[in-house]
Write a protein that binds this ligand. Sequence first.
Ligand code: GDP
Ligand code: IMO
Ligand code: MG
Length: 422
Amino acid sequence: MVDLLLGLQWGDEGKGKIVDVLTKEYDIIARFQGGPNAGHTLEFDGIKHVLHTIPSGIFHKNAINIVGNGVVIDPVIFKKELDNLEKFNIDIESKLFISRKAHLILPTHRLLDAASEASKGKAKIGSTLKGIGPTYMDKTGRNGMRVGDLEFDDWKTKYRALADKHEAMIDFYNVDIQYNLAELEAEFCEGVETLKKLTFIDSEEYIFKAQAEGKKILAEGAQGSLLDIDFGTYPFVTSSNTTAAGACTGLGVAPNKVKRVLGIFKAYTTRVGSGPFPTELFDEDGAKMAKIGNEFGATTGRPRRCGWLDLVALKYAVQINGVTELIMMKADVLSGFDTIKICTAYNYKGEEIEHLPYNIEEEHVSPVFAEMKGWSKDLTGLSKVEELPAALNDYITFLEEQLHVPIKIVSVGPDRLQTIHR
Ligand code: GDP
Ligand code: IMO
Ligand code: MG
């Protein structure tokens, strides 16, 4: 059976931390979509790690980590990730397998991302500029290069044809993008050599056999449901299916083999990049969340926009994904607020609605808030559920009643140990 762990908001919910916490219960951790636009942070023994492509189970001896077919891999970033791990003595070669069917991000994909964003001006997506969109465009356009191509001697011919086409496309955008392709290509080839040292697998077959042997598999989502290409706040989304179905196509797992769907959310909301965000705060409360929560993107370092919990959007995500249990992150960041606000409905075209409409741009939607009493207790040193303050328990109970799904974990700090199971 396969369990899924999915971000329910606009990403950065704390997926990396929780996958690391849960890995001891699993035999395999597998990424199924996205690429190095993801930044998954783990903290233990006083060290902070940020992973982009490598699954967050890599620090545990018991688990195999798989980069599935639905992921897009940039060999340059991948090599950097591996270099960063070198000092931790992880037996990478026997613990990390790569799907032959995963697509490769070429240097020109990154340039195309930059050109596309530059041409959009104010309407830009706020992409991480890692080449994600252009790589998935080549995948669905049936032009892409895959990891499996690297096993053939002529991969550079294929590479050249694609890169040349990309250069012509960059010219078409007619924007000022400076680059030295020879340098970028040298770096790319170095990355490819590193990637080739790892074992390439037919991951769908590997995962099928693992299931037959009764192995436990956790699929690690990247981004969040509101960044899903189909169900997110389009066009301000990423280019993959971040929702539950993405795990089936991104790993080759049959839908009836999915068991638990763990949905992870912050006790408030953040978003990095452009796009609508109905509960966004521009006041002291927002600044306080950003400061205490240290809300800066793990991949780009950009400040994350902050706001109160959007229950309308969260319900939508729970529904789309079929979430069976919830994990609430960063409860500690809300300590010290006299009042906690929760968006329970939207004012939309003069009506109060409780579902996500087609367009949640500011001019269409304004949030309706419920208020609850806050708590002042510092949560970061807590480890037992009995120690949680009453007002936080009320907040949790309210959310469980609204979402009809139990909150099984409450996270009270970035460290592996700052995790309370309920
Ligand atoms: P991911 O992309 O979903 O893995 O999340 P990120 O790593 O991008 O962002 C989550 C950030 O919050 C990281 O800096 C984590 O170290 C941090 N974090 C995770 N859980 C908690 C928590 O419960 N409390 C606090 N204060 N920080 C947390
Ligand atoms: P993790 O896995 C937060 C956002 C970008 C931008 C939009 C499109 O760490 O939660 P892209 O690079 O995909 O073209 O960017 O999506 N975005 C993320 N925001 N967390 C992420 O990943 C994100 N990956 C992409 O900021 O708004
Ligand atoms: Mg992140």
